[in-house]
Design a protein around this ligand. Structure first.
Ligand code: ADP
Length: 273
């Protein structure tokens, strides 16, 4: 191709190249900030329980502490913080494996209503400890076979139910509801607890994000549960969303691919000759 103004052409090309490089550099800067924030979040999340453990141990080591009951209480608290650290490590391990693609989605066909009932049963004791009732409603009668990773969807249900206990209301109810969306099923987990301020909703699924309410109430958690949930649902090419009213409660809903039932041929009428 020939041009009337080759110098102008070269200048244009150089400018275009510079523009592309700048976009690349900007993307790297975003990544770098993300990595830095991630590390600082991790160290912050580890520091809190570690300092607490250190504090309780020092208090026990204190020569004046002869009160056996007090020692027992401090050990209990230290042990709860050790638990928190191990949950944190487990969640971190899980999310890094999910993100690196080390945990591919293992599709199988199963009945989602059976899985929901199973998960509710295993969490019944935990719900009782929080004085919360769990109810399950199915909004349609059809078979509810889905095509998904059974183990990972179990984790999604556990994380959402666990949150509904932590942020739910004592004496309240968590409802799991199953809807038919024709091509998909929709599973909703609803609580009548503290709810979420609207301004926080867009950030809820970010790693380590926790609202001020959950931080100030000292509710245990890593801030990774919902990030894991989102990752799993999106890896299934499905969607997850949340709606909430502060002070009234929240609903988390996710979809799954429904397996359409192939009906057997209707029996032919017997023809009489
Ligand atoms: P964690 O519960 O470990 O803090 P999650 O990723 O599961 O982390 O949740 C992130 C934040 O979203 C929580 O800290 C809490 O502020 C908010 N949240 C999650 N579920 C609910 C809920 N059912 N009701 C109110 N707030 C919630």
């Amino acid at each position: 191709h020939t041009s009337a103004d080759p110098i102008n052409d070269v200048e244009k090309e150089v400018k275009e190249w510079a523009r592309l490089k700048k976009t690349e550099i900007d993307a790297l800067k975003v990544q770098e900030k993300f990595r830095r924030d991630f590390l600082s979040n991790i160290s912050h999340e580890f520091k809190t329980p570690l300092f607490a453990i250190q504090g309780y141990i020092e208090a026990i080591q204190d020569d004046d502490l002869e009160d056996k009951e007090m020692v027992r209480q401090f050990l209990d608290k230290a042990s709860r913080n050790v638990d928190r650290l191990s949950y944190l490590i487990k969640d971190l391990d899980e999310i890094s494996k999910l993100e690196s693609g080390e945990l591919p989605i293992n599709y199988s066909r199963f009945k989602i209503n059976d899985l929901i009932k199973e998960v509710i049963e295993t969490l019944e004791i935990k719900a009782k400890q929080h004085h919360i009732k769990i109810s399950f409603k199915q909004k349609y009668d059809e078979p509810t076979t889905v095509n998904a990773d059974r183990q990972k969807i179990t984790q999604v249900l556990v994380n959402l139910l666990d949150n509904s206990f932590k942020y739910g209301k004592q004496g309240g109810t968590t409802s799991v509801t199953l809807f038919d969306l024709d091509e998909q099923v929709l599973v909703e987990v609803t609580d009548d607890g503290i709810g979420i301020e609207e301004k926080y909703l867009p950030r809820l699924f970010e790693r380590f994000f926790r609202t001020d309410a959950s931080r100030s109430r000292q509710i245990g958690g890593s801030g990774l549960g919902l990030a894991i949930v989102k990752h799993i649902i999106e890896a299934h090419q499905q969607t997850i969303n949340v709606r909430s009213t502060e002070g009234l409660g929240s609903t988390f809903g996710f979809t799954l691919e429904k397996v359409k039932q192939v009906l057997p041929f209707p029996a032919l009428p017997i023809l009489k000759s």
